[in-house]
Each structure stands twice: as structure tokens, then as C-alpha cells.
Design a protein around this ligand. Sequence first.
Ligand code: UD2
Length: 301
Amino acid sequence: MHVLVTGGAGFIGSHSVAALLADGHTVRVLDNLHSGQAENVPPEAELILADITDQVAVEAAIQGCDAALHLAALVSVPQSLKQPIETFGVNTTGTAYLLEAARRMGCRRVVLASTCAVYGDIPGMKAEVAPLHPLVPYSASKLMAEELLRCYARSYALQTICLRYFNVYGPRQRADSPYSGVLARWCAAVRVGQPCRVFGDGEQTRDFVSVHDVARANLRAITSAAIESGAVYNVASGQALSLNTILATLRELVGPQMTREYAPARSGDILHSCGDSTRLQALGWHPEIELATGLAELVEI
Ligand code: UD2
């Protein structure tokens, strides 16, 4: 297949590009390098430097592609509270441009990177049928993007699939911004002898899923004939771990030089998040990497 990966120079994108290439597909990347890096893109893939909100560029990029994996997005919860319009512009309008380009150019399938943040803070394990309760502009922007995919699946001959990732971590996740993911920030802090900063009391839980597992889920969503168009699938480990528990694991890995400091909780923060990925597992995908293994890989880098 010929596959377009938007955001393919980024964290999840570059791992997904590698997985697609290894499976024998031809890959084109569209990325504005806002948070991605050109050196993340394997030389076998074509890199187009453009913004997802550049309608003309998106249409040109998708030409000749059988499928698109749509990862280009602003992914930070706190950033979305400060910059809601930018978040809606990139995450929702950008998705509209991609879908329309896919329809016009005869691309057959679009896979969206959505998020468990659409479930909000309602307690309990989240299956795809759980009530939706987006709390912040980021989650609303992704839920609207999902609605656009469902609309295109119903209205046109386009297969669309939404993957709701839980907390993704792994190599190449940026650590250099206040908006970066927590495990990337902590591993970076450990490397330079700084304390790991915990927002809140550290008892909030997250379902951390390795980027390697996510890349395999993306590959499956792009290539599987059994996957249901118009549907949504959780991509989760199924295990909720508190930040304090993860810090204890990190300390076991790196030793007593790891220190921590507590700071006030972030506004918009969900307390507990854990996903049920039974639907995706029925298609043969399983989370394979335990958090301790994934953390060990991260601290070695
Ligand atoms: C992550 C994703 C988001 C979305 C969501 C779904 C990132 C950057 N964001 O948001 O796109 O998919 O998951 O749930 O990947 N924290 C600290 N110290 C730090 C940074 C964070 O204690 O230095 C806390 C933070 O307050 C939160 C938890 O760690 O309770 C996770 O924060 P995050 O920014 O890694 O991810 P989250 O869940 O806000």
C-alpha cells in the first residue's frame, strides 16, 4: 500500500512509519516539524514539509495514497486550555481538510489518532461504549475530529477508523517542553540529576501504553480487512498505575539518585484513566510491553 502519515516526523508517527515500512508499504510523511524532527523520518520515507491546515498541501500529499494515518495534532491538555482556537484549528479543522482531501483524491481509508481524554473523568475502566465527557479543549477537539470521521464513513465511500490511545510513552517522546508527557520529562530529569516533578499528590492513575504497541495497532488499523469502518477502538494496556507507583519502579531502575518533588495539581487533569482494549484484541492486537520493560528502555537512552 501507499500510506500517508501526517505527523510522521513526531513521536508516535516516526515509530508508525518504521512499522509500515517494515511491513512492506510505501510511506509519505506530511509534517510541519512543529514538534516533530526530520531526523526521526527513515530515509526510505518521503517527507513533505507542510501544515495540516494547508488544504492545498494536504490534497497534494494524499494524491496516490491508498490510506492515511492521521497523527498531526496539538496533544497537550494544558496547552489546549491556553490556546483553544489553535487546538481546534489543528486537531479538528486539520482533520476536516484531511478527510476531504481523502475523499477527493480517492484514498480509501483514514485512521485517526484519537484519545482516551474523550471519556473525561467518569470513574471506571473505559470500554468504547463508555459515556463521553470531554473536559478540556483538547478532548473536545479530538471528539469533534472523531465525529467527522464517523460522518465521512456514513456519507461517502471512505473507510474511517478512530483509535483512542491511552497514555503513550517511549523513545523519541519530546521532553523539552512543559507540555511533554510525564514519563519523558521524568527520564530526562533523572539523566541530568534533577528531581522528578509530580503535579498533585501522585495518586492519579494512568494507563501507559508503549509506543511500540501503538505503532503495531496503527499498522493493523491501516491494513486489516476485518476492522470495522466508522468504528472506534481503544489502544490501552488495561493496567492503571499511579504516578507514585511508577516513581517507585523508576527508583528501582536508576537507584537512589532519583529524587522527586511535588507541585500543585494541574487544572484540567483527569484523576484516573484505564482502558479496555478487548475490541482491538479480538482483531489480534495485544499490548506486549510491560511498563517496567518500557521504562528500562527509556532510562537507558
Ligand atoms: C496525555 C496526552 C494527551 C492525551 C491524554 C489522554 C501527552 C503530552 N498528553 O495527557 O495527548 O492523549 O494523555 O489521557 O502525551 N505530570 C506530572 N509531572 C510532569 C508532567 C505531568 O506529575 O512533569 C502529571 C500530570 O499532571 C498528569 C499525568 O502526569 O496527572 C500525566 O500527564 P501527561 O501530560 O503525561 O499526560 P495527560 O494524561 O495529561
